[in-house]
Design a protein around this ligand. Structure first.
Ligand SMILES: Cc1cc2nc3c(=O)[nH]c(=O)nc-3n(C[C@H](O)[C@H](O)[C@H](O)COP(=O)(O)O)c2cc1C
Length: 180
């Protein structure tokens, strides 16, 4: 079993997917684990929609995520987890108001991180997709215009031999501040 550090080091944005079939059970397990994520006032302002290769309008979803000219690699992605923001609760809204903080956006980011790391543990690659046309995503999924999609996660097996890149990150000395 991989340690948390190993998972964090191995996880990377996968942008080259194989056509190997992805087991629905695995994706469900990933969403199950992700549902354990913490959230402000335990508001859990999320819903995870698993989009499968058999979905008739999956290509419309792909196109919606490529509409800004990005993400050409999605042509080979056959499974997605679409993260919808749902109503949290009044307590988290009030908490966020006083701290001038969009706590529900933070909640969804934490959920997304859990999804990616849980997928890594299952041997699946992921790429978070934040650039998409909202309207087109809603249309592709037959959602009402009131439903708010915040992130799309491409998920699947990476192509054989897809290398783990060296992480490009800020120096920890510049971002970790010890106050004592
Ligand atoms: C909120 C968010 C939105 C992102 N949107 C995209 C995207 O639309 N397309 C893409 O290829 N990568 C996207 N990424 C992936 C980032 O580019 C990537 O996480 C970052 O460059 C670090 O690389 P790594 O994930 O390989 O460690 C997104 C990541 C986050 C957290």
């Amino acid at each position: 079993m991989l340690s948390f550090k190993e998972l964090a080091l191995n996880r990377q944005s996968t942008r080259s997917f194989s056509d190997r079939e992805v087991e629905l059970e695995k994706i469900k397990r990933i969403c199950d684990v992700a549902s354990l994520s913490p959230s402000s006032c335990n508001s859990q302002p999320w819903k995870m929609h698993i989009v499968r290769p058999t979905y008739a309008k999956i290509n419309d979803l792909r196109k919606a995520c490529q509409a800004v000219g990005l993400n050409p690699f999605l042509d080979n992605v056959t499974n997605f987890i679409v993260i919808e923001q749902t109503f949290g609760n009044m307590k988290s809204k009030a908490g966020g108001f006083f701290s001038n903080n969009d706590l529900n956006s933070i909640d969804l980011g934490i959920l997304a991180a859990h999804i990616c790391l849980a997928a890594e543990e299952e041997g699946l690659g992921t790429c978070l997709i934040g650039s998409f046309r909202n309207k087109n995503v809603n249309k592709a999924l037959n959602f009402s215009s009131l439903q708010r999609i915040r992130l799309v996660v491409a998920i699947g097996y990476a192509t054989d031999g897809y290398e783990i890149r060296k992480k490009t990150r800020k120096n920890t000395e510049d971002i970790i501040d010890v106050i004592e």
